[in-house]
Each structure stands twice: as structure tokens, then as C-alpha cells.
Ligand binder design. Sequence first.
Ligand SMILES: [Zn+2]
Length: 187
Amino acid sequence: MSEHSMTVVRLDDVPVADREQIAAAVQDLLVTRGVIIPNDRRDPLWQPSVWMPGPQSRTIVDHTDWFDAFLHTANNGVDISVERDAYHPVENDEVPRCLRCDAKAPADYTDSYAEWLEAWMSHGQEPSFVCGSCQRSAPVGDWNGRFSVLIGAPAVTFLNWPPISQRHIAELRGALGGRTGIVFSHW
Ligand SMILES: [Zn+2]
């Protein structure tokens, strides 16, 4: 079965103590509304997540026609990560686009992918790229890339959920604070 996920991740560096506070705020937002509840039947293969859909989970998604099927899907939990991690789009992988002119990121994005990803993960150096078309220079998180890899913390990941509404994504970004990005993965 093919699976998908959506992650909203904070991109700029946050001290560890603050990360925990921010992750708790995101958790509160979701728990208070009944969007998630603790998963009391965790299973490493079928339901590995700490959180599962709550009684109000339907209120944050756009398309509810396959919602009942979703509730019975394996691996439909929510993960809230405090630790820095890399979020890969896997099969969705695409080069991000310039936010100003929509041109694709330059060749060095792809050519030096392994190197900048390693430097970002190990040393916290988010790479910047210069648009070959309009010369705009921006860190990779400020390119239009919901199908491109991002690294950061905290993050919240919805596994195999129907599309989350724009309004709710905006609220999650607000709770995460600072610069945030989104990664849609498919595998
Ligand atoms: Zn451009």
C-alpha cells in the first residue's frame, strides 16, 4: 500500500529548552480541540505513532468523503518531534521553485544535494541558492518547495491523513513560530 504524510516543521534554530515548550504548545493545540488523542494501542508496524485521530479530527481536513476509511487505515497517527530531523518527500521529490519568478532552483541544488544536506543536518547550515533566472538569493526553506527536503525542529507530521485545511496549517505554523516549511511525502 502506498503511504503519504504531511509535515510542518520549524526551520530556524531553536534552543533545546524552547523546542520542548513549542512542541508542547503544538500538542496542546491539537489535544484541546480533540484533533488527536493518545494512542493506547501502539504497534510498531500498524500504529507506531504516540497520537491517533481524535473525535474532532474531521474538523481540520478539507475532504471528508474518505474520512471513515481513513479512520480505519493502518498508520494514521500524528507525530510531534522535538529533535531535529530531515523530512524527505521520498517519491514526491522535486526541485523547489523561486518564490519570485517560479524558476526551478539552480543546478547546484541537485549537483551538491548530498553535501549541503549533510552540512545542514550535521552543522545546522541551511544552504542558500541563487535563482538563475531573477538572481534572488534565499535559504532553501524560503523557496517554494512543499515536495522538497527540509530539516528542522520541532515538527508535526500527519500520517496518511486527508488534506489538512489551509486554516489549520496556518494555525500550526503560528504555534511552531518563526520560519516554517511544509513537506508532502509519498512512499
Ligand atoms: Zn527567480
